[in-house]
Design a protein around this ligand. Structure first.
Ligand code: SF4
Length: 232
């Protein structure tokens, strides 16, 4: 187990302070996890320091087997259960019937429709009745996230949105996971920096942008699934 350096310890304390503030002032609140490295940092900190915060995930039905393996591991590792939200069955049936199982490769519009019914609609259910939600997004992950604040009003969903890891580097994330022996998705060991659905995620090579492996056939400015896009 590696040691935490003072600069990272300060960042960890700041995140714990944000989580405790959420627990005190914004319940019911929930962490959105897709079980990526950043999400695992937040899950670990919530279980240890702010257990009043809920945790949920969106199971799109197209996740990699490694993600399901991690979900199973976590079910026994932490005392908190991750609430799972599935897409509406009829929506998926209609989309796949009309467009085929891999239509997301055909156009940005079909890709966004697939993300919409498999992620955005279930997200709305997951956030219903909550006062705040928490994400593992960081500023350095993507051009679409370069000005991400720690706390902002999410007008699309009508609740406060927190991203406590905004100023963390990739190195910070992995130093925390290693020092605390936190379980993580084994795809990270195979070059996957950001992990989503299996058909829409690939490994990246040295020097590539950290989100280059997500929807790699699209322009960088299109690379959000609709979960974090502002309408204004
Ligand atoms: Fe569909 Fe791909 Fe979006 Fe997953 S990431 S919901 S498979 S388009």
């Amino acid at each position: 187990m590696s040691e935490i350096k003072p600069a990272l310890a300060t960042k960890i304390d700041a995140v714990i302070a944000v989580l405790k503030d959420i627990e005190q002032n914004y319940l019911p609140a929930t962490l959105a996890t897709s079980f990526g490295a950043e999400d695992m940092v937040l899950m670990d900190l919530i279980c240890k320091h702010a257990p009043g915060i809920d945790i949920f995930t969106l199971d799109t039905g197209r996740l990699p087997k490694e993600t399901y393996e991690l979900m199973q591991t976590l079910n026994n590792h932490y005392y908190k259960k991750v609430e799972v939200f599935f897409p509406n069955t009829a929506d998926v049936e209609l989309f796949v019937t009309n467009n085929g199982p891999n239509a997301f490769y055909d156009s940005v519009e079909l890709r966004k429709q697939c993300c919409g019914l498999r992620k955005v609609v279930p997200l709305n259910r997951a956030l219903s009745g909550k006062k705040a939600w928490i994400t593992g997004m960081r500023r350095s992950q993507s051009v679409t996230r370069s000005e991400l604040p720690v706390s902002e009003w999410d007008g699309d969903h009508g609740l406060q949105k927190f991203s406590p890891l905004t100023d963390w580097s990739n190195g910070n994330v992995w130093a925390y996971l290693r020092a605390n022996d936190v379980p993580y998705n084994k795809l990270h060991d195979e070059g996957y920096a950001s992990i989503g659905c299996a058909p829409c995620t690939r490994a990246i090579t040295m020097g590539e942008d950290i989100r280059a492996g997500r929807w790699w056939w699209e322009d960088p400015e299109n690379k959000e699934c609709g979960l974090h896009v502002k309408s204004n």
